[in-house]
Write a protein that binds this ligand. Sequence first.
Ligand code: BEZ
Length: 212
Amino acid sequence: MAIQLGDIAPDFTAESTEGTVRFHQWIGDKWCVLFSHPKDFTPVCTTELGMVARTKQEFEKRNCKVLAVSVDDVPSHTGWIKDIEETQSTRMNFPILGDPERKVASLYGMIHPNANDTLTVRSVFFIDPQKKVRAMITYPASTGRDFNEILRVIDSLQLTDNYKVATPANWKNGDDCVIVPALQDPEELKRRFPKGFKALKPYLRMTPQPNK
Ligand code: BEZ
């Protein structure tokens, strides 16, 4: 059965370029972005891994670990890392899981047979510290991911966990938010949103981002 939002992320043990990963234990009390790559020594994946390595501190600021998976084995990844470091001006600083038997890929439904029956698509799973799957993104192999979008999703998830807001179209950290429609009590509105809000419609109320 396909993984759905709110499910506990399947646990697994797998070898990686940084040793054995026991997934839930490895996540610990952090957030995690688990993302798949169709194959080693491929161009788009090379740029993606380089990008994540260069921006890893942005994930760390968000208390988030990153973990890549590719269906080749760890010795192959180790060879590929040399190319990533050479061409992407970075040092690899997070693990890539080896998955030659496609155990992780199968567990997470990362192989979409109508796209390709052996390689994974570009899946992204956002997992919270309780190990719940909170968001998912799926792109085809031909479309490299926008990691600013991935950081933006983490920002939205973490903000909306802590305040009774949701984030509107094209929201970026620091922009105005919408107040959740269920919140109607005038006293609570005043308490939660001391900077006030603008009601464009009774259901569409904009407020400055509460934690800024
Ligand atoms: C790539 O990463 O460049 C790629 C991988 C598989 C298919 C197409 C492109």
